[in-house]
Structure formats: C-alpha cells, structure tokens
Design a protein around this ligand. Structure first.
Ligand code: KIV
Length: 275
C-alpha cells in the first residue's frame, strides 16, 4: 500500500515537525536515535522512537574513520535511502556532511538531494551564528532544518578534540545567542551536543522550537543517542553520556524499546550521564 494511504488509517500517524512542537508544549520527551540501514530502521520504528537521524557518525561506527570529516554526501544519501525504506512513523533527519553547506547554493542543492534521493524530511547542519544565512536560505525554500550546536564533530581539527562545550560563561552566552539566531532564521529543531546540563536546560527554556540533546542533560525536550552506543557495539572509549541498553536484555529490539521508555519516563539521562 502507498505510504500516504497507510497514513490515513494509521492509529499512530507519522511524526512531523508539528508533532514535535506539540510534544515540546505538552512536555512529552522526544526519543531519537541514529540508524544507518533498513533493518535497524524497522527495529527503531517498532521500538516507538519518534525521530531517526542518519548521522555522519556513520563515518566512525560504520566506515571506521576516527572522525566524521571523511563522510560524503553520497554516503549519507545511500544510507538515508535504505533507512527511509524501513521507516513508517519516525521523522527522518539526514546529516549534511562536512563542507557540503559552505555556500547557500551548495547547501540548497545538497539538501534537495538528501530529500529527493535519500527520502529525508529534514536536514541537520553543524554551526552557530555563521550558519544563520544558510539556515535562512534553506528555510526560505521550505526545507526543514535542524541546527547542531555545542560539540560540533565536523570542527574537531579546528577545536583540537572532542570536548565539552559551553563551560565558561562567555561561551555559554554565545551558544544561547547562536541558538536564538538560528531559531529566528528558521531552524525547526536545535540539537545540543556535549554541554553542561544547566546550559541545556537554559537554552531549552529560551527556545520555542524543540531542543534535542546528546550529553546535554535531562531537561532538553528530547534525547538522541548513536544506535551502536545503545547496543554497546561501538569500540573504544564510550562517551560519558552513552548507556548500554542491551545489558540484561536479549534482543536489539528490547534494548531500543528500553532506551525509548527511559527517555519518555525521564529515567535517562541520569546524573552519571551529565556534565
Ligand atoms: O552524526 C550523528 O550521529 C550526530 C548525533 C551524535 C547527534 O550528529
């Protein structure tokens, strides 16, 4: 059956931007996770996840790179197309890889590819005030945008490592100003990575759009984790905010369901996962 016909009769219709705004208003936590293929997409949908991101983290967890920098647009299009095939209810976001949004025109061309070829409903890009013009341009073409602030993995070589951002007052104030500027430019979601929990709470309270956090404390409107961290199959050192939800469970589906429930019930993240 065509997806739009399914939607008409669905007891739980597909998530859209309006759903996420309503969830923020009603205080229902948004459970989000990454996925990179159709099989896992089907599992995360069955587990009740609201938002799925085809993240450029695939450069690390799938391709084995040390950073997300080598990921190309073609990589994201390929994985996004597979994920889109496995999803029905969750809202699908695709990452714009490193240097695929260096100009307004380039950003528009590439966002269109992620939507038309990949099946994404929203694109995510990293950056602060410097991306306001790009976000404005995409929004003026009715492209839904998620703005990623805090730790920006694509800037790892400029920043000199993966570390907590916004600890000092000045940096925290700048991050809030950037988030507000991006919201005013038309960003539909803000994602905050690796920042102090108090700052995650403050930014979430100041914005009208939903805020999804990863290592940003318990008070953002939703949480996101890398699927392979949830299943504890990421090799090497684990980030402080990650949690193995497979422990004590006997299937990936049960682990992802447990993650979703823990986000919804506000059990995750606990104090041990926060900065
Ligand atoms: O690439 C990714 O998976 C991400 C998440 C960590 C939020 O950006």
């Amino acid at each position: 059956m065509y997806k739009h016909l399914q939607e008409r009769y669905a007891p739980r219709p597909p998530v859209n931007v309006g759903t996420l705004v309503k969830m923020k208003a009603e205080g229902e936590k948004i459970a989000s996770i990454t996925a990179y293929d159709a099989s896992f997409a089907t599992l995360v949908d069955d587990a009740g996840v609201d938002v799925v991101l085809v993240g450029d983290s695939l450069g690390m967890v799938i391709q084995g790179h040390d950073t997300t920098v080598p990921v190309t647009l073609a990589d994201i299009v390929y994985h996004c197309r597979a994920v889109a095939k496995g999803l029905y209810r969750p809202f699908l976001i695709a990452d714009m890889p490193f240097m695929t949004y260096a100009s307004k025109e380039q950003a528009l061309d590439n966002a269109v590819r992620l939507m038309q070829e990949g099946g994404a409903k929203m694109v995510k890009l990293e950056g602060g005030a410097g991306q306001v013009e790009i976000v404005e341009f995409l929004a003026s073409h009715d492209i839904a945008v998620c703005a990623h602030l805090g730790l920006k993995p694509q800037s790892v070589h400029k920043v000199g490592g993966f570390r907590v951002q916004g600890r000092e007052n000045e940096a925290a104030e700048r991050m809030l100003r950037d988030a507000q500027a991006l919201e005013a430019a038309g960003a539909d979601i803000v994602l905050l990575e690796c920042i102090p929990a108090a700052l995650g709470k403050h930014i979430t309270e100041q914005l009208h759009v939903p805020v999804i956090g990863i290592g940003a404390g318990p008070d953002t409107d939703g949480q996101i984790l890398v699927l392979y961290d949830v299943l504890d199959i990421t090799s090497g050192r684990k980030p402080k905010f990650s949690k193995n939800f497979l422990a004590g469970r006997d299937s990936a589906l049960e682990a992802i369901k447990a993650y979703t429930q823990a986000v919804k019930s506000k059990e995750y993240p606990g104090p041990e996962h926060c900065f």
